[in-house]
Design a protein around this ligand. Structure first.
Ligand SMILES: Cc1cc2nc3c(=O)[nH]c(=O)nc-3n(C[C@H](O)[C@H](O)[C@H](O)COP(=O)(O)OP(=O)(O)OC[C@H]3O[C@@H](n4cnc5c(N)ncnc54)[C@H](O)[C@@H]3O)c2cc1C
Length: 441
């Protein structure tokens, strides 16, 4: 049983809720209680980053950091100017967790396991006096005229205690992630909801001969997604080419061919920025791949010219125009252009060379749907950021209510940016709650 009156109630023991609770309790917000509907707080932290937890990203400048949020973007500038990646690293270090940077900028716990992050958050919560109640969900919330909230809690089935309880909380934090119950609560308290759609997923290219190359990784490639629909405006940070008919999204980076289609950072970033447009187009689109990354047409003509002169007697199958071009991809493109693998470089016609160069720079694939797995699964949509005060994460519509984490219409690309938003929004909410209490005392 919880007390009948509490200072702060946080619904949801994910990263955003735990950070909000710890920050509030450490800063003197009074008694802080966290409800978690399941038996396992921080479950997504446990499974994150392949069990290693990509805690944040070495992107220290808030102006650069906002560019990694297809939804959120510039509107997060104020939040990150108060608590960004560097602050998260310092916060975790101060609480006993050292983070290590990988060459691509992702930061992981030195222990290289997500349980280390969970231990630190749970220990910090205990040390700050936060009370965690598992198997209890927030069901209803009503803002009272005199301030504070009348709340109805429900215990998960099978527990001995009373199934339902009402209580009063002076401050309420909704940190329920993408769970529908949190969205219902936000709506009950007067918020609009941007409909949820998946973000950060892989692309399916059902039946395409490219799938024979499953396991192939190419870095860098440039990818461009073209969609017929024009449902939504270009998200901040997305590079979208002008054009009256098609909506286009572009990215560059590593790409991985899978058994069902394409994955890898370039594709995950592409699908994050194009999440809404892809959803509107029922995940049907054209994908153009420049397998050379950023080599120009004249660079390629030069490579081909050199190979024809210097390797004239060699077969195409045995000599690639440049050594970094993966052999399997080269053979695949030769076959795709109908060119015999045994053909000698001296015998490659001008037309064949042009066909190969255009396949290397502009191979076109039909996207047939979303792939079955993403590296990080996040939901775009939720409570619009414009409905919260970004400095405190307090609702502009419902005083005393704070909204944090994935419940908001904010999501980042892969690389630790989603957790970073949880740390930032949670910390800001916690600080603001404590500051408000100190003004009252
Ligand atoms: C497989 C996977 C890997 C990922 N890896 C990474 C990564 O390495 N780095 C990264 O930055 N991001 C990663 N993400 C994304 C990241 O996990 C989410 O962005 C993040 O967990 C969102 O945090 P949150 O606290 O807002 O919500 P959640 O983590 O979803 O937590 C919300 C909690 O609230 C509880 N809850 C819901 N409704 C109620 C209610 N009514 N009452 C009480 N409790 C309730 C839920 O049970 C849940 O525990 C990954 C996601 C997945 C799925």
């Amino acid at each position: 049983m919880l007390p009948e009156r509490v200072s702060v109630l946080v619904a949801g023991a994910g990263p955003a809720g735990m950070m909000a609770a710890i920050a509030a309790a450490e800063a003197g917000a009074g008694d802080v209680h966290v409800l978690e509907t399941t038996a396992e707080p921080l479950h997504k932290v446990l499974i994150s980053g392949g069990g290693r937890c990509n805690v944040t990203h070495a992107c220290w400048d808030p102006r650069a950091l906002v560019g990694h949020y297809p939804r959120g973007g510039q509107a997060l500038r104020g939040a990150f100017s108060r608590f960004a990646s560097g602050d998260a690293v310092a916060w975790f270090e101060a609480h006993g967790l050292e983070l290590v940077e990988e060459p691509d900028g992702r930061l992981f716990p030195r222990a290289n396991r997500s349980t280390a992050v969970i231990e630190v958050l749970r220990n910090a919560a205990t040390a700050a006096g936060v009370q965690l109640h598992t198997g209890v969900g927030l069901r209803q919330a009503l803002l009272l005229d005199a301030g504070g909230f009348d709340l109805e809690l429900r215990r998960s089935a099978g527990q001995q205690q009373q199934q339902q309880q009402r209580l009063f909380a002076q401050r309420l934090v909704l940190a329920t992630g993408s769970h529908p119950s949190g969205r219902q609560l936000a709506a009950q308290l007067g918020h609009r909801l941007v409909p949820p759609v998946p973000s950060l997923f892989t692309l399916s290219l059902a039946g395409d001969p490219l799938l024979q190359l499953a396991g192939l990784a190419v870095d860098p490639v440039a990818v461009e997604l073209r969609l017929a629909a024009q449902e939504c405006p270009p998200p901040p940070g997305a590079s979208r080419a002008a054009g009256p008919l098609a909506e286009r999204f572009r990215q560059q980076g590593p790409l991985l061919v899978t058994h069902w289609g394409l994955s890898g950072p370039a594709i995950l970033r592409l699908t994050a920025f194009a999440a809404r447009a892809l959803h509107a187009a029922s995940y049907r689109a054209e994908l153009r791949v420049n397998w050379t990354g950023n080599l120009s047409h004249s660079d390629l003509e030069q490579y081909f010219g050199q190979a024809r002169q210097q390797q004239a007697r060699r077969q195409l199958a045995n000599w690639r125009p440049w050594p970094e071009l993966p052999k399997r991809l080269w053979w695949h493109l030769l076959q795709h252009c109908g060119i015999d693998l045994q053909c000698r470089w001296a015998d490659l016609s001008k037309q064949q060379q042009q066909a190969l160069i255009s396949s290397l720079r502009d191979s076109r694939y039909t996207v047939t749907g979303r792939g079955p797995f993403g590296e990080e699964f996040v939901t775009a949509g939720g409570v619009p950021l414009g409905e919260v005060n970004i400095a405190s994460m307090e609702s502009r519509l419902c005083p005393g209510l704070h909204l944090v984490g994935e419940l908001l219409d904010v999501d980042g690309i892969t690389g630790g940016f989603n957790f970073q938003h949880c740390w930032s929004s949670g910390w800001l909410a916690g600080q603001a709650i404590a500051a408000a209490r100190q003004q009252l005392v």
